[in-house]
Design a protein around this ligand. Sequence first.
Ligand code: GLU
Length: 305
Amino acid sequence: MKLRKSASVAVLATLALAMTACGGKSGNAGDQPSGGGSGKAAAKLPSYAVATGVKIDSATLERAQKAGKLVIGAKNDQPYLGFEDTTGKRSGFDIEIAKMVAADLGFKPEQIEFKTVDSNVRETTISKGEVDLYVGTYTINDKRKKQVGFAGPYFLAGADLLVRKGDKAITGPDSLKGKTVCSIKGSTPLQEIKKPKYGAKTVELSKYSECVQQLLNNEVDAVTTDDAILKGYAAQRPAKLEVVGKPFTKEPYGVGMNKDDKALRDAVADALEKHEKNGDYKKAYDATLGLSGSPYTAPPALERY
Ligand code: GLU
């Protein structure tokens, strides 16, 4: 109860901010999805000093240096995390993490080519070399480590539930018996919610935004994925959606890359460490994910391997 209340206070504050940023034009922001992390937030975003003369023993980096661009896989429908607006502008915390890391590898923001890669094709896209790095709410786990390398964690999320506002029947993962829950192919929360102990029916789609639409259309009872993602959707439509607020898994986010490129893994870990220490990380967080109602907490300790 307490959690839900403080979350809604935060959402209201966010909404007030968003409305100020838009000059207070929107009279009914609760019913309309907003841009998700642009507007006023963009003004406070840090910029990252771009390194020069970077030389590391990484085949991926050498290829990117020759091409003069770094290809980074990301999400495009996760407000405040990885979002692409109708003009093609990307915003969100993961996009900032991508820019910080790219800067330390010697690439300016305009030398990053973002490619939208959804959860179910991440491992294949990375291992085929179609992206150099991947930054998109990507949970580090042993199964995935067999196919890709990770630097991180840079953030700790947890699977939660998004429901229609005022739905008192769903109070947490233990109240899902017979309910229909939407989630995403290739995601860890889908694997979790399919466990027989929850007794839930699942609808499995490719994009989170499609699950959210099904929830709004009364076609499913809940959406499950990481709380950080769900809070973004709730902040966009605070009159219609809410997050239950009882995380039931641990989802440590990492930057994905080629499995065997240890030099790149180390360089990305160094970059994450540096930007956390110099305050960029917190500034970026406060200007993106922090606006959707999750207060800043220091990232977990990096796990180097
Ligand atoms: N973090 C979870 C995962 O990597 C869910 C979010 C996502 O699908 O990106 O599977």
